[in-house]
Design a protein around this ligand. Structure first.
Ligand SMILES: [Mg+2]
Length: 127
């Protein structure tokens, strides 16, 4: 990451450091420019595509390795893809009428329940 990119990254971190998921979801909706005939489907496909981009960047990191400097660059590239995943999660949640923050809380609640029951490991959605 060059100096200008680092400064931009730092500026973004400072500007949005206190952003809540609800605020993010509302702002993300401003960029949801896709045919209304394809709500739900469009962001679901985009989510799968961006998750694939995350996986591909991690795969290439495993394949190619990295020295310290390129590790930082690759880490930021993966972070950007995680952001893309988040955007599609927000868009899909919007299309389905859910608040992203509520989904996040429900997910943590589910995981806590599994942990409390000793079921973090294993298979099945309803452990
Ligand atoms: Mg991407």
């Amino acid at each position: 990451m060059n100096k200008l990119e680092q400064e931009a990254s730092n500026w973004m971190k400072e500007r949005y450091k206190d952003m809540k998921l609800q605020e993010y979801q509302e702002k993300a909706a401003e960029f949801a420019i896709y045919p209304k005939t394809h709500v739900i489907t469009y962001p679901a496909l985009g989510l799968a595509g961006e998750a694939g981009e995350v996986a591909n960047k991690v795969k290439k990191f495993i394949r190619d390795g990295a020295d310290r400097e390129s590790f930082e660059v690759k880490k930021m590239e993966i972070a950007a893809e995680i952001g893309d995943v988040l955007w599609y999660c927000a868009a899909l949640a919007n299309d389905l009428g859910f608040e992203l923050s509520a989904l996040a809380a429900a997910n943590l609640n589910k995981l806590q329940g599994r942990k409390d029951r000793g079921k973090i490991s294993g298979d099945g959605d309803n452990r």
